[in-house]
Design a protein around this ligand. Structure first.
Ligand code: HEC
Length: 154
């Protein structure tokens, strides 16, 4: 019995390491998903300072339409751009973030959170400290998704 338990524990540990270590690629083709309105944040103190667009795949759109109840596998991407001189023009891209509904990610509300540089490479951000806390605070009752269907009405 002991041996079995040990085995299970080792397997479990191995599994979580594998999950944490595997860098998540940015989904290809997200530019063709449903795109939000253009969002401009001119408050320099905000983390969202700059311009951003939200992209939602088909499942995520179902989730928004259901009042932020997202089916497993839903994917949402946000692209961020700097403001150069004129806020009416997108400056250089500076960051991309991803949420994917994944029931294995119990630590972060059943969502995978991942951050990427402007080149699309994983930025190695800690999803709990650097992402989830904020989404938990602002959207615990909205399946941790802060935007709503209103953001897609263009
Ligand atoms: C300071 C708080 C804060 C932090 C930290 C944060 N976010 Fe967000 N996030 C927001 C807000 C606010 C929005 C809504 C933006 C909008 O409606 O235009 C958002 C939107 C998103 C969205 C679009 C879906 C949604 O919830 O509206 C994704 C995907 C996302 N964030 C991923 C991440 C990832 C990945 C990280 C960590 C790298 C992260 N966020 C860190 C506040 C935060």
């Amino acid at each position: 019995m002991r041996k079995v338990l040990l085995c299970v524990a080792v397997l479990f540990a191995f599994n979580s390491v594998a999950v944490a270590a595997a860098p998540q690629p940015l989904p290809k083709g997200y530019a063709a998903w449903q795109k939000s309105e253009r969002k401009v944040v001119t408050d320099k103190k905000s983390l969202f300072y700059g311009i951003h667009y939200i992209y939602a795949d088909k499942k995520a759109m179902q989730g928004y339409k259901a009042g932020n109840r997202f089916p497993e596998g839903s994917r949402i991407v946000v692209e961020f751009f700097n403001i150069k001189d004129n806020p009416a023009v997108d400056g250089p891209k500076n960051m991309v973030v991803l949420m994917r509904k994944d029931k294995k990610r119990t630590e972060t509300g059943g969502w995978l959170f991942a951050g990427f540089g402007s080149d699309g490479k994983p930025s190695g951000i800690d999803p709990v400290k650097n992402c989830f806390d904020c989404h938990l605070k602002d959207a615990a009752r909205k399946d941790y998704v802060i935007s709503t269907i209103q953001d897609f009405k263009r």
